[in-house]
Design a protein around this ligand. Structure first.
Ligand SMILES: Nc1ncnc2c1ncn2[C@@H]1O[C@H](COP(=O)(O)OP(=O)(O)O)[C@@H](O)[C@H]1O
Ligand SMILES: Cc1ncsc1CCOP(=O)(O)O
Ligand SMILES: [Mg+2]
Length: 267
């Protein structure tokens, strides 16, 4: 892994000093995302009203923005928060949920990209479409393999000067220069709604903990999900029992186990 400090050290640092993470995420994801952050050691706050989102972004250590259940009001809050985060030099993460689906979402994501997210996390269909390619995504679900999104991710990272994380069976992270793949997780993960959205919030939590190494922080968040996903799948009877086992697995994971088990390779 190409990082000065390890994923495990970042996880331990987060638990020692829980970062306040400002999450503007969708109605489906709010509860699971907050629980994922708590189980991992971060302090989540879901704040989206335009009247306060900018102010709150000034207080938090990182911001995450997810367009899953968008409205004009929410978009105003997202813009205000992204501007505040960018102007105070704090990392902010964009999750462009189903941005290809409607004109409203396409415009919203173009507006948000102009505010320069430091990290972009999406599934393969979302990243392919964001880079200008033809994606086969249906609604919020990916229908493209991650391997097919790798070139798109590299192009998008260069164009946006951002770190791009593509998730799926094998995750891919690039800053346009470096790139790694992360193996692990479970086929049950896409069967539980909003796990990708929750991961985006966790990327924000790691970015808040290690703002000097945003590439390493992104890899650490994805590796945490990969290892906890493997643990949760052991003994899970299906998506229902996987979901609660996943929270327990996150809470039980320590830095040493994360470093020993993370399967990260240079791409
Ligand atoms: N087939 C799979 N096998 C293992 N892990 C997976 C698989 N599909 C998705 N994941 C994992 O599920 C999490 C959410 O990713 P993904 O399903 O791609 O996001 P989204 O929910 O935004 O579509 C990530 O940690 C990813 O690695
Ligand atoms: C089902 C759904 N509808 C709008 S947002 C959302 C959740 C999407 O979550 P994820 O991107 O993690 O699959
Ligand atoms: Mg998603």
């Amino acid at each position: 892994m190409q990082s000065k400090t390890t994923s495990g050290a970042m996880l331990e640092a987060m638990r020692e000093k829980p970062p306040l993470v400002h999450c503007i995420t969708n109605y489906v994801a709010m509860n699971i995302a907050a629980n994922v952050l708590l189980a991992s050691g971060a302090s989540p706050a879901m704040v989206h009203a335009p009247e306060e989102a900018g102010e709150f972004a000034g207080i938090a250590s990182a911001l995450t923005v997810n367009i899953g259940t968008l409205s004009t009001q929410w978009l105003d809050g997202m813009r205000a928060a992204a501007k505040a985060a960018a102007s105070s030099g704090k990392p902010w993460v964009l999750d462009p949920v189903a941005h290809y689906a409607t004109a409203f979402r396409r415009q919203a994501v173009a507006d948000l990209l102009a505010l320069k997210p430091t990290i972009i996390r999406g599934n393969a269909s979302e990243i392919i479409a964001l880079a200008g390619g033809e994606s086969r995504g249906q609604g919020v679900d990916s229908r493209d393999p991650v391997e097919q999104a790798e070139d798109s991710a590299r192009r998008l990272a260069e164009r946006q000067q951002a770190i791009v994380a593509v998730t799926g069976a094998v995750d891919f992270v690039t800053d346009g220069n470096r790139a790694v793949r992360i193996k692990g997780g479970s086929v049950l993960m896409p069967q539980v709604t909003a796990l990708g959205c929750a991961l985006t919030c966790l990327v924000g939590a790691f970015a808040a903990t290690a703002p000097e190494d945003l590439f390493g922080a992104t890899v650490a968040a994805l590796a945490t999900f990969a290892v906890a996903g493997e643990d949760a799948a052991l003994g899970a009877a299906g998506p229902g029992s996987f979901a609660w086992r996943f929270l327990d697995a996150l809470a039980a994971l320590d830095g040493e186990a994360l470093d020993a088990r993370a399967r990260v390779s240079i791409a």
